[in-house]
Design a protein around this ligand. Structure first.
Ligand code: ZN
Length: 311
């Protein structure tokens, strides 16, 4: 049972201004800011992590704030186009009031697969959704303004838009163990029964949709969760055996990762639970300090001087 994909691990997107991104997700959406670090491949850029109290897999949304000088990205095919969070039943009207108060762009609540949801945009135009979920046992992170009656519980689903879902569906079912659970017009819902939450991937098929462009306001990649390194490497073999190119294991300090581009063009990652976000900060201090991987520690002064302060 454990030798499986355990739903979504994290989702990584691109933002513009770092401080605006930090304010939106920590103050308006009420997520915990669990890690302030840099892009390990480009230490001149922040890498922010938001999640629940300890940064549990299935709650982690991360950003590379590239700054506002970079042109906007464009949602399109070959891309994760919507990020869905789980919220308590009856909370959408309170979220609407909150979005009104903070000038957040949103749509009227609607229904998908029998569930009420509310679509909204972050300040960079990234599309997110809040789904009223009947039962979600995950413990929410609470802030002064966002209490348990409305707080997000972590991811509900992610939506991927494709010209043709066949190849992507094949990865989900044949490699990751997901099953087709339902269809509403051109939306195909895939779920895994290995976890109770963050278990849904929706594939939307739009034959003529233009290819998306990854930049500010779009999703960079979607990471799927495995228990440990041994299972990670088991999936490396499975992906490679299917004929897809996959990276060696990469150490991301808070988890260990593999990356591959699925046939529909979306960058997928597989990431471990270990070692987690308390590897370099105590639980109560998560997100407080700028944490650098060992290879950049000697350049801390130079790196810090280059990054915009957040408050
Ligand atoms: Zn990632």
């Amino acid at each position: 049972m454990e030798n499986t994909i355990l739903g979504i691990h994290h989702i990584t997107a691109i933002a513009g201004d770092a401080k605006r991104n930090f304010n939106f997700y920590s103050n308006i959406l009420g997520l915990r800011f669990i890690k302030k670090t840099v892009n390990f491949d480009d230490p001149g850029t922040y890498h922010f992590y938001f999640g629940d109290e300890i940064g549990s897999a299935g709650t982690i949304l991360t950003f590379f704030p590239w700054g506002d000088a970079i042109p906007q990205g464009r949602r399109g095919s070959g891309m994760a186009t919507e990020i869905g969070y789980s919220v308590p039943k009856g909370s959408l009207e309170k979220w609407v009031a909150r979005f009104e108060k903070y000038n957040v762009i949103y749509n009227k609540p609607a229904e998908k697969f029998g569930q009420r949801y509310l679509t909204f945009l972050d300040p960079d135009g990234l599309k997110l959704e809040l789904y009223e979920v009947e039962t979600d046992d995950r413990k929410p992170w609470e802030t002064d303004e966002v209490k348990a009656d409305i707080a997000t519980r972590g991811f509900h689903n992610v939506t991927i838009t494709l010209n043709d879902i066949t190849g992507t569906a094949g990865v989900l079912t044949d490699i990751f163990g997901y099953k087709l659970a339902g269809q509403e017009s051109n939306r195909y819902r895939y779920t895994t029964d290995t976890v109770n939450a963050a278990a849904i991937v929706d594939l939307v098929e739009l034959k003529d949709e233009k290819r998306g462009h990854v930049a500010n306001g779009t999703v960079h990649h979607v990471a799927f969760r495995v228990k440990n390194d041994e299972i990670l490497m088991h999936f490396r073999e499975k992906v490679a055996a299917s004929g897809l190119q996959i990276t060696p294991q990469i150490d991301r300090n808070y988890f260990h990762s593999l990356y591959f581009r699925e046939p529909g063009g979306v960058l997928f990652e597989i990431a471990t639970d270990n070692p987690g976000f308390t590897v370099d900060e105590k639980l109560e201090d998560l997100g407080k300090g700028l944490k650098l991987p060992a290879q950049y520690e000697s350049r801390r002064e130079e790196i810090e001087a280059h990054l915009a302060p957040l408050n």
